[in-house]
Design a protein around this ligand. Structure first.
Ligand SMILES: O=S(=O)([O-])[S-]
Length: 136
């Protein structure tokens, strides 16, 4: 029997976007490199290897987000314990919207997400560096 999805991704995105701050990519470029702003890259490792990364961004695979943010979690990362603005991004802006809303719900602040994600960043000529594949 097929499943009935009662709250689809569009609803989730609409709800997230209604409560978070969205930063246009041109504004994000002016924030890049500032000491008081942390860029958080939510993409999967393979996307970083394929597309490159924004220099200085913290890579947080989306699946670990809540556990890296919460200081009570055994997986907590100090990168999320700073008195700074957190600017989330992914490839196109969907994962970052959901993640920014979750982070905000958890109490992280201030939080925003970059409109259009890495794709938009690349299009406007934002700084990119290559990522070496992890040796196993
Ligand atoms: O989440 S996504 O916008 O990068 S497909």
């Amino acid at each position: 029997m097929p499943q009935t999805i009662t709250r689809g991704y569009k609803t989730l995105l609409d709800e997230a976007n209604a409560k978070i701050r969205t930063v246009p990519v041109t504004e994000a470029m002016s924030l890049h490199g500032r000491e008081d702003v942390v860029f958080v890259d939510l993409r999967d490792p393979r996307e970083l290897e394929r597309e490159g990364r924004i220099p200085g961004a913290v890579h947080c695979p989306r699946g670990m987000l809540e556990f890296w943010i919460d200081p009570e979690s055994p997986y907590h990362k100090p990168a999320f314990a700073q008195d700074k603005t957190y600017l989330f991004f992914c490839a196109a802006g969907w994962r970052s919207a959901l993640s920014a809303a979750t982070a905000q719900d958890m109490g992280l602040k201030p939080v925003a997400h970059m409109e259009g994600g890495f794709t938009a960043w690349k299009k406007v000529g934002g700084a990119i560096e290559s990522t070496e594949p992890k040796k196993t």
